[in-house]
Design a protein around this ligand. Structure first.
Ligand code: SAH
Length: 322
């Protein structure tokens, strides 16, 4: 999954109508603006320290450009650090945020100041492991090549000991997932902000509580596709386990808020007012602005499936919206 996604992102800009999928920052400028305002508010209440803005997997740089513009109106103009591996997307990001510094991994982010960090639809692209219940017990689900295509097959090593007690008795064929790469990154980030100060906002689609289920999916040209076919040409994602991310952050001593539905969070930090204001100043686009609000916030659209988790350094004020 990691190799397939690295190849996929390295070769293309997948975002937008002509690509494979559309993300919240590409739906409306309001998304990045409200994130910028939430971070500026938190930073102001933390005493306006010299902080850095960080984004993981910034896509086209749209969220960052919108957030930085909103931050500036409140006196926050931090240095910008992007964690991005794709050369194609780095070039896109440089067009919108030319002052950014790029990193291939979080290890090289600055260590000398608080970090105001956001990751939207980043964690869902990180590799997962699946464990499947077979008649002989739980086994890791491996990927084999049958001569023509890749196929999932159970491995031979028993995995029963790592299956949570509540899921041990799921029926044969059940699949559970674990995302050690995601948990490790969040744990590292939590350790950073506990030591340096700051906050992390994670927005992604996923579940609040761990449950059985196969959520690995491939998307190509806005339609679901076989995740085992044509590796490197399709976006592979899995639902994010927010309970695992919260536990990883808590283990480092960070304060954890949420997860909250994206709709409830955006509504709490000012989406309705921002929608009204933009519609009033550009009445010819009022319909388009209102439909973007609905897409971001309605439970039937991105409002409930997408969730927001925030973590802060001890001693920092609570973030708005939770
Ligand atoms: N946040 C953007 C883009 C989401 S797509 C938006 O909301 O529009 C996922 C992003 O994460 C892309 O920028 C992709 O290149 C990046 N990415 C995926 N896996 C990565 C990894 N292992 N390390 C760094 N960046 C990665």
């Amino acid at each position: 999954m990691a190799e397939a996604n690295a190849a996929y992102y390295a070769a293309r800009d997948p975002l937008g109508a002509a690509g494979d999928f559309v993300t919240a920052p590409e739906v409306s400028q309001m998304f990045g603006e409200l994130i910028g305002l939430a971070l500026a508010d938190l930073w102001a209440r933390a005493g306006r320290p010299e902080a850095a803005f960080v984004e993981l997997g910034p896509g086209r740089g749209t969220l960052a450009a919108d957030a930085l513009r909103a931050m500036r109106t409140h006196g926050l103009a931090p240095p910008v650090h992007f964690v991005e591996t794709s050369p194609v997307l780095r070039a896109e990001q440089a067009q919108r945020v030319p002052q950014a510094r790029w990193h291939a991994e979080i290890a090289t982010l600055p260590t000398d100041r608080p970090l105001l960090l956001v990751a939207n639809e980043f964690f869902d692209a990180l590799p997962i492991h699946q464990i499947v219940r077979t008649p002989a017990g739980w086994r890791e689900r491996m990927v084999a090549f049958d001569g023509a295509t890749f196929v999932p097959v159970p491995g031979t090593v028993p995995f029963d000991v790592i299956v949570p007690a509540a899921l041990q008795d799921e029926p044969v064929g059940s699949i559970i997932e674990t995302a050690p790469a995601a948990a490790a990154i969040l744990r590292d980030l939590a350790g950073r902000i506990v030591a340096q100060g700051g906050a992390v906002i994670v927005i992604d689609y996923g579940y609040a509580e761990h449950a059985a289920g196969d959520t690995l999916q491939a998307v190509s040209a806005h339609a679901y596709a076989d995740p085992f076919a044509a590796p490197g040409t399709r976006d592979l994602t899995a639902h994010v386990d927010f309970s695992a991310l919260a536990a990883a952050a808590g283990a480092e001593g960070a304060h954890v808020y949420g997860p909250l539905g994206q709709g409830a969070w955006l509504d709490a930090i000012g989406l309705p007012r921002r929608t009204e204001h933009l519609a009033a100043v550009t009445p010819t686009r009022a319909g388009e602005i209102e439909s973007a609000r609905r897409r971001l916030s309605d439970p039937a659209e991105m409002g409930t499936l997408f969730k927001v988790l925030a973590i802060t350094a001890p001693g920092w004020p609570p973030p708005a919206g939770f």
